[in-house]
Design a protein around this ligand. Structure first.
Ligand code: FPP
Ligand code: ZN
Length: 422
């Protein structure tokens, strides 16, 4: 047994970047234990507590109190609007200066949150300022880095393309994007195994890099066979025994973020039929917990509002492709509205006990948009175009713009941007 355990330990791959040592517990035999008494069972269960089970018990308690309240079942849009408007008129708090390399993400999260709540809440003047900033920092039109003088990065380029897509082509900004140079750069990041390095020479490669590359290329009309070589093979080997996807082939723990990236990319590449969809839908369903009603990112972890998009978006894509709906949208909406909004602060938070931020506000809003609609492919549209024109029907009183679950953008914006580059 001990040699088996040590060989398992030696072969255990890294799980999401961390190595966890397995724990071994010797259970006393019936004769040895003061067996069967209620106290001994309680003591044994208590012994199995971990930091995570304790955090979950506390979270369930807090969620229950919030979920029992009836009056907090609406999205406080005007309040969140003030939160997302503020960075366009006031400097960000000093603590956020360190996020310089994430400036493209901040632009996308904040602008997209406003746009998802109401098309007109992203003002023309703000759209103008967004594109002005993008091309001042990156005068050559891409590929894009974070702050001034930073190396081009897949995540930064993805976030900037998304941010520009919701800017209605003000100042002709869509035509300022240097597609040739972005295409050459994408090819230079491409690995033989189908992965993409996030940054030339130094970046890591996993399903996130693939999604960024495939999303950028598809939106800009750059999705060539050469760019897509081996990508599907890389992705299908990221689906593991759990049913979800890890970041890299063969050895990784399934996670909502990596799963979304893999599934959205496979949808763009028309290859969803190459994976075990039944196992994937089961895994997505298992991400939703009865007590909190929200979604977690991986087995035995806590619910977090951002997975309303990473896992909820995956579920919406599968629904659109005719595989059925695998999450309870009404319950998810309850988690977001009742547990992730605060009376005292605008914005959406990860979970009770945390504070709102721009990332969770954007993905929480996208999550609400997913719960408000059903998704279908448009049978009238030819195969290669399907991805940018889902049929999205309200199933509830919808208060948000319909969003395209593959791109995390309002579907009308995505459609216009797609057409512009076709
Ligand atoms: C673990 O976080 C999370 C990851 C290792 C990766 C998450 C990936 C995404 C959210 C997708 C990003 C998408 C793009 C387009 C770049 P954790 O351990 O803090 O959280 P957990 O406890 O919920 O797993
Ligand atoms: Zn989160």
């Amino acid at each position: 047994m001990s040699s088996q355990l040590s060989s398992f330990q030696n072969s255990t791959p890294k799980l999401l970047g961390r190595k966890r040592s397995p724990t071994e517990r010797i259970v006393p035999s019936e004769e040895e234990s003061s067996s069967g008494s209620e106290e001994s069972v309680v003591a044994m269960v208590k012994e199995m507590d971990t930091e995570t089970t304790e955090a979950r018990d506390k979270l369930i308690y807090e969620c229950r109190l919030l979920l029992e309240r009836d009056e907090s079942n609406t999205l406080n849009k005007e309040f969140h609007r003030r939160y997302l408007d503020s960075p366009f008129s006031h400097p960000l708090p000093p603590g956020m200066v360190a996020l310089d390399a994430s400036a493209p993400w901040l632009l996308y999260w904040i602008a997209n949150g406003l746009r998802t709540m109401n098309q007109s809440w992203l003002k023309t003047e703000t759209q103008y300022r967004i594109q002005e900033k993008v091309f001042r920092v990156n005068p050559h039109g891409g590929p894009f880095g974070g702050g001034l003088g930073q190396l081009p990065h897949l995540a930064g380029t993805y976030a900037i393309v998304n941010a520009l897509a919701i800017c209605d082509n003000v100042e002709g900004c869509w035509d300022k994007i240097n597609r040739t140079s972005i295409y050459d750069w994408l090819l230079s990041l491409k690995r033989e195994d189908g992965g993409f390095q996030t940054c030339l020479g130094v970046g890591e490669y996993d399903t996130r890099g693939i999604y960024c590359a495939i999303s950028i290329a598809s939106m800009l009309g750059l999705l060539t066979q050469e760019l897509c070589e081996n990508v599907v093979e890389f992705l299908i080997h990221c689906q593991n025994y759990e049913g979800g996807f890890g970041g890299v082939p063969h050895e990784d723990e399934a996670h909502g973020g990596y799963t979304f990236c893999a599934v959205a990319s496979l949808a763009i590449l028309g290859a969803l039929d190459r994976i075990d969809v039944e196992k994937l839908t089961d895994w997505c369903s298992q991400r939703q917990y009865n007590d909190e009603k929200g979604l977690s990112g991986r087995s035995n972890k806590l619910v977090d509002v951002c997975y309303s998009f990473w896992v909820g978006g995956t579920a919406a894509i599968l629904e659109a492709y005719g595989y059925g709906n695998c999450i309870n949208k009404a319950e998810l909406k309850e988690y977001i509205l009742k547990c992730c909004q605060m009376e005292t602060r605008p914005g959406i938070r990860d979970k009770p006990g945390t504070r709102p931020d721009f990332y969770h506000t954007n993905y929480g809003l996208l999550g609400v948009a997913i719960t408000e609609n059903s998704f279908q492919l448009d049978p009238r549209v030819s195969n290669s175009l399907k991805i940018d024109s889902f049929i999205i029907n309200p199933i509830d009183n919808s208060v948000l713009e319909p969003i395209n679950p593959v791109y995390g953008l309002p579907s009308s914006d995505l459609e216009k941007f797609y057409k512009h580059f076709k």
